[in-house]
Design a protein around this ligand. Sequence first.
Ligand code: SAM
Ligand code: DTB
Ligand code: SF4
Length: 361
Amino acid sequence: MHANPAAMPGQASPHRHDWSRQEVERLLNAPLNDLLFEAQTVHRRHHQPNQVQLSTLLSIKTGACPEDCAYCPQSGHYNTALEREKLLEVERVLEAARTARDKGATRFCMGAAWRSPQDRDLPHVIEMVKGVKALGLETCMTLGMLTESQAHRLADAGLDYYNHNLDTSPEYYGEIITTRTYQDRLETLGHVRDAGINVCAGGIVGMGESRQDRAGLLQQLANLPEHPESVPINLLVKVAGTPLDQVEALDPLELVRTIATARILMPDSQLRLSAGREGMEDGIQALCFFAGANSVFVGEKLLTTPLPETSDDMQLFKRLGIQTETHEETVEASARTAALVEAARQEQRSGQYYDATQARA
Ligand code: SAM
Ligand code: DTB
Ligand code: SF4
């Protein structure tokens, strides 16, 4: 397929955790057709090619966040026309979860505009996890940084996934956030992993970063000791009042390249075409699915910004011949990915080589 196989190092698709920046850049820089062909080949080997999983988000505590993330409408550092809201009552969360389930979501993600949860908040949040699980949904939370013991308490409550993003490359990170470090984020991801919760970690493109920065983000994610089970790729949603409001729009094909490269680097991870679908052309979304995206957020809103109409999403899936995952399929896929990540972890520990190309045989 390629004149120089080394130019497409994902070809053999082992679960590697030692990608060099140069290798990742070579993938990102490849002719688009080569990159897409490779990504789709890996995708087919590891996933159902015509299936997407649906998640729904709910902001359980909105705005007034002490962090200064330059992209975020919820940061208390910027003047965005956002209405603040304190931690929601559990029953309101369960109501939203029921609606999401009835509309086909199989995972319910709850996000809080916190630097980290206070210990006094945890019992409340734990009630939410238990209640949402009892509705037959997978649970995900994103609450900021976690200590080791908080991660264990959430694990004991049965939390399925914890989302904490690296956001961008280590080099560009300081341009975007000054109130917490890259190392802080890696530590939280370590606590989540060690507590036995599935890891959801990704980042944002379109923040004025370079292609090298996108390579840096992907390299960091793929070189984590275990690949995150879930990798959200967000396209910046520009919100008036945030420092990134006027940043130049990213060529959407760069998003497609980022997703394709993520698919090659992390063959078994669920890859979510996350923020940024509202207003995105159908053709670009279709390319993202071809590149290996197999999950999206549906519903009225992400956390605070709008999503496409669900009826438009369903229409697009129909046009593409894409089926939405059932609850049973989601549970089966999550268990399979978690088992593969665990197998890779064990084999890495014992010094054996893990070949993910054999995983679906
Ligand atoms: N406060 C918690 C934290 O930062 O970990 C959880 C909520 S925070 C909103 C979750 C993620 O949403 C961020 O890490 C970022 O990647 C993404 N995000 C926030 N605002 C965004 C925007 N305007 N466009 C795209 N992604 C965004
Ligand atoms: C993720 O990576 N993207 C989601 C979820 N994880 C929490 C959040 C996107 C937020 C977009 C801006 C907003 O709606 O506030
Ligand atoms: Fe706060 Fe999370 Fe927004 Fe950063 S991304 S300002 S931590 S809510």
